[in-house]
Design a protein. Structure first.
Length: 222
């Protein structure tokens, strides 16, 4: 790890926290991720080898804590006291980004994997009609991942996938990644996107009318 060779605490903190991906790992842990696979869902371009290296580094600096489950081989990660103290740093960076980056720059970085992962974990299950539901998202312009499904089983089970579940969806969003990102970030509301023909939703009326209630925005929304 390269260093600034300065006694300044800010410089020393920057050496560690601002290494590529470290703040993203901490963001994911603050937002509820707790193991290797869920952290990767929030950073789909992150190679497994580098993620393992960064997790070990953060563990060695006592920012995160690694714990193996008593049954099986699964390993969970949690924030230590110093790790929890990074929440304000990450939130302030998000606030700064919202204030100083143009909307077009933020939307220009949108992609389906992170968008759908963040949308799924921000879905407010208590606001959904309390029955088994399949919600489909169709991004016709996307080549690699054009279709995604959220499967809801009351009271709170919400799963996400991009492999056809083999059942008819209760509602289907027909839109673009960019338009859904605008909704998820709070740049546009649902009604505006419908009226501008940037989004079409087909299916059960009770699910559609409650979309503004259950389709939560990201923690870093405007």
């Amino acid at each position: 790890m390269s260093t600034y060779k300065q006694f300044c605490p800010m410089a020393m903190a920057t050496e560690l926290l601002c290494q590529r991906w470290n703040l993203i790992i901490l963001r994911e842990l603050h937002l509820g991720s707790c193991n290797f696979n869920t952290i990767r869902k929030g950073a789909p371009r992150f190679s497994p080898a580098l993620l393992s290296q960064r997790l070990k580094q953060l563990e060695n600096h006592k920012i995160i804590f690694r714990e193996k489950e008593t049954v099986g081989t699964k390993v969970n990660y949690s924030l230590t006291t110093s790790g929890k103290a990074t929440f304000d740093i990450i939130s302030k960076l998000g606030d700064w980004g919202k204030l100083w980056f143009d909307e077009s720059v933020i939307i220009g970085n949108s992609e389906p994997q992170l968008l759908m992962w963040d949308l799924q974990r921000n879905t407010i299950s208590s606001k959904l009609p309390q029955r088994n539901l399949i919600i489909e998202f169709n991004f016709s312009q996307e080549k690699q991942y054009p279709n995604w499904w959220i499967i809801f089983k009351p009271p709170s089970s919400i799963d996400l996938g991009h492999i056809d579940v083999g059942q008819d969806a209760d509602i289907i969003f027909k839109t673009s990644v960019e338009a859904l990102t605008k909704l998820h970030m709070g740049f546009n509301n649902f009604e505006t996107l419908i009226q501008s023909n940037d989004m079409e939703v087909l299916g059960a009326d009770d699910i559609i009318t409650s979309i503004p209630d259950w389709l939560g925005t990201t923690h870093f929304s405007v």
